[in-house]
Design a protein around this ligand. Structure first.
Ligand code: HBI
Ligand code: FE
Length: 277
C-alpha cells in the first residue's frame, strides 16, 4: 500500500520504538476480529485460484492463514528460512524513508491492526490483512524477495535524489497492482489486488481498464489512483524481467523523467503495447 493518506492515521503510534516497530500484542485481538479475518480470508481464497499467479497460490497453500490472525513469530520462523526476510510489526503507514530503510534490510513493515467489519470491501491504509494476505506470500519467492530488497535500496537512494514520487509509482504498479502474463493467461501478483474483494476479478476480466506491457520509464511517468480501482495495469512477462529492469542505477532515469510530463492514470500513448482481455 502506498503511503499517501490525507486523513489521520489509524494505527497507535504511541508505543513504537525509534525504528517505528511495535510488539504484536496477540491477546488484544478480539473473537470478532478473528472471525472477520476468517471471513476476509475465505472471500479471497474463493477467487485466488482463478486470478492470482501460481507463485502466490503455491506459497499461500503452505501458510495456515485461514486459521486466524497470524502470529508474527511463527511466520518469521518460516520466512527467514525461505528468503532471509523478516516481518516487523508496525502501527501502520510509515514515512517513506523509514519504510525503505526496513525494506533495504529485508525487513517488511507489517501493520498489526485489523480493519473494521464495515471496511470488509475496501480500506485505504494497509491493515494486517492487506499486508499478510497481499504481501507476505510473495516474500517467500526468491526472485521477488530480491526485487523488494533492491526496491528498498533504490528507495533510500531516491530519497537523496528527490525522486521518491517516481519510485512510488513503480511500487504501486508492480508490488501493489502488478499483472503478469502466464501460460494460463493474465494473472495478478499485486498485494493491493490480492487482498481486495472486488479488484481481483476486475483487474483480469473487465475490459474497462488499460493493460499495458511493462516498461520501466512508462510506469515511473504514470500517475495512479489511490481510492478507486486502477484505470491502468502494467503487465510483466516474469519476475526476472522485473528484477532485471530495476537492477541498473536509476539516477539517469530520474533526470530523463524530470523532463517529461506525468501521464494521467487513464492515459495511453502511441508507444504503449496494449494487451486486450
Ligand atoms: N508504510 N507500513 C507501510 N506500508 C507500505 O506499504 C508503505 C508505507 N509507507 C510508504 C509506502 N508504502 C509507499 O509510499 C512506498 O512507495 C514507499
Ligand atoms: Fe501494500
Amino acid at each position: 500500500m502506498a503511503g499517501q493518506t490525507d486523513h489521520p492515521l489509524r494505527g497507535d503510534y504511541s508505543r513504537m520504538r525509534p525504528d517505528y516497530t511495535v510488539d504484536q500484542d496477540y491477546a488484544l485481538y478480539t473473537p470478532e476480529e478473528q472471525d472477520l479475518w476468517k471471513r476476509l480470508y475465505a472471500r479471497q481464497c474463493a477467487q485466488v485460484p482463478q486470478y492470482a499467479c501460481d507463485e502466490f497460490i503455491d506459497v499461500l497453500g503452505t501458510l495456515n492463514f485461514g486459521a486466524g490472525i497470524p502470529h508474527f513469530e511463527e511466520v518469521n520462523e518460516k520466512l527467514h528460512k525461505a528468503t532471509r526476510w523478516t516481518l516487523v510489526a508496525v502501527p501502520g503507514l510509515l514515512p517513506d524513508d523509514v519504510f525503505f530503510e526496513h525494506m533495504a534490510n529485508r525487513r517488511f513493515p507489517t501493520s498489526v491492526w485489523l480493519r473494521n467489519p464495515e471496511e470488509f470491501d475496501y480500506i485505504v491504509e494497509p491493515d494486517i490483512f492487506h499486508d499478510f494476505f497481499g504481501h507476505v506470500p510473495l516474500l517467500f519467492h526468491p526472485v521477488f524477495a530480491d526485487y523488494l530488497e533492491a526496491y528498498g535500496v533504490g528507495g533510500v537512494k531516491a530519497k537523496g535524489l528527490n525522486a521518491l514520487d517516481y519510485l512510488a509509482r513503480l511500487y504501486w504498479y508492480t508490488v501493489e497492482f502488478g499483472l503478469i502474463q502466464t501460460p494460463k493467461g493474465l494473472r495478478t501478483y499485486g498485494a493491493g489486488i490480492l487482498s481486495s474483494g472486488g479488484e481481483l476479478p476486475y483487474c483480469i476480466a473487465n475490459p474497462k481498464p488499460n493493460r499495458i506491457a511493462f516498461d520501466l520509464m512508462r510506469v515511473m511517468q504514470s500517475n495512479y489512483k489511490i481510492d478507486t480501482f486502477q484505470e491502468t495495469y502494467f503487465v510483466i512477462q516474469s519476475f526476472q524481467q522485473l528484477f532485471d529492469a530495476t537492477a541498473p542505477d536509476f539516477t539517469p532515469y530520474y533526470e530523463i523523467l524530470r523532463g517529461l510530463p506525468s501521464l494521467a492514470a487513464n492515459q495511453t500513448i502511441p508507444e504503449d503495447r496494449l494487451i486486450k482481455v
